[in-house]
Design a protein around this ligand. Sequence first.
Ligand code: SER
Length: 340
Amino acid sequence: MRKSIILISGVNGEIGHGLVRSLYDQGIRNMIGIDLSMADDFVLERTEDCLIGNILDRNLLERINAQYQIESIYHMAALLSTRAEFSPVIAHEVNVDGTLNLLDLAMEQAQSHGQTVKFFFPSSIAVYGIPNLEKKTSVGAIHEDDFRYPQTMYGCNKLYCESLGDYYSHYYKRLSAHDSSGLVDFRSLRFPGIISAQTLPAGGTSDYAPEMIHAAAKRQHYSCFVREDATIPFMTMSDAIRAIHLLMAAPQNALTQMVYNVKAFNPSAGEFLSIVKTYYPDADIDFIINDNRQAIIDSWPADINDDQARKDWGWSAKHDLDKAFSEYLMPEIRSRYEHN
Ligand code: SER
């Protein structure tokens, strides 16, 4: 008998950390991680094993396939949007081919043990592309089916992988005699920018908000790379992880979509700085605009509509902007930077 496990790719990344923390706190002890680099102690102590390797390495995935029985896959490994613009082909390989490999692993597993494998895929507001600022301000909160014209390689990759998830869940090899529909249960959230109290993102374009608050807490200078009026939705890491658990726990027949918007608050960069300054009045933060990164933020929605997630599986964010600071960010960030 192969040992039953939960597989987490990109386990050493930001969402990987948040996920490992909360699954461990729920008593889950059978997590196997994969990451390009050695996972840190926090992750190592909470997982059964962490494999150092690439999701593009089919031999590695084959070894996992042979050794374990996979219940569910949380596929967090990705090259984020800014990083991806510097290496679009590599981004495509990691973000698309890597996802395809893991979907294929999920299918192979489900076919061999006969049980559905749940697959969580973090999609992004980067799948949206709004043509200009005028439209961005006039259009309001956008629905899942609106403006799916991504302007970044990362956004293209995420949008296509949503379709791959649909294919593996419903239409896989539909011409063969064998019916594989339902063997993979793909579920996805289009996340806004995520702000963690514990970790910093690497290579994203929404990074300015988390970078601002962490720099202020460390008493470091920070130059925000987007204009003060730049606006996209954000949420706390703790809400992002809650959303993943709620979606993954929802009964399949309650889900009317495979991919849902989720949001919490959407301050402009200037408004975000004002709140940072209420906690750190001496914060040394200025604005030096990077036009190219600004253009990416301009193409992402100022607001998204998450009514369907509320309706289907009871989603609502715990942290609005004020609570994000008072109940989540500040207590954790203070204890992290001020007691060391
Ligand atoms: N946070 C991501 C990025 O900035 C968007 O999903 O790339």
